[in-house]
Design a protein around this ligand. Sequence first.
Ligand SMILES: [Zn+2]
Ligand SMILES: [Zn+2]
Length: 246
Amino acid sequence: MTKDLIHQAARMAAYIREYLFPADCPICGGELLDIDESWYGLCRPCMTGLFPGDEKRCSSCGRPLISEQGQCLQCREREAEPEGAHTFDGVFSIFPYIGKYRKLLTAYKFGRQLSIGNFLAERIMEGMERLPLTASERVLVPVPPRPGKVRKAGWDQVAYLGARLRKMDLKVYPCLKRLPSKSQKELNKANRKTNLKGKILCTKPVSGELILFDDVITTGATLDACAAALKEAGAEKVYGICLFYD
Ligand SMILES: [Zn+2]
Ligand SMILES: [Zn+2]
């Protein structure tokens, strides 16, 4: 079977699954009516309203700029602090972690509506165009989960996106490992930074330009720790794509 046929069969399977066991649209609760809607796990009107705008973004954290140029105010303040600069070379963050966007992640991550992964993986692919990449080959590195987190949640939602991206012919290279540490969520900004020191390891050879991807960016401390491990192992540039910014 050719790749295209397999893809068509997967789309049809998503449609049949949605017909038999409807998950419905996580944003409006409406029925998913056709193959496209079932494949992306979203109704068409909600899907249309979800694409990121083309407004200017902060060159450091990827959040939309309001009236600033180049960098957002938060990033400027952070960089003025000692050791405040990010280790990664730039991030594009796609959606704000509020309202309908938050519902989207909740349905994917906690409701395990896997079809939404198809929608999110495509946004990651497009998001790469918003980074100042120069290498001809794009290598995507998933941010590793905290040990124990996968056991608790039952799955690794970032790794699943990696599997979807691979199906879209992108090179996904899981080369990072995370050692036990406190959850970043429970910590303040300063502690988030020190909590991960030496806790992320690169376990495979790396070089050139790499693109980390993750679901949510808050202070960027996790991405920084990943970028530090990759650079120490030989990467020259490390960029990031995050689906949501909090
Ligand atoms: Zn909807
Ligand atoms: Zn910023």
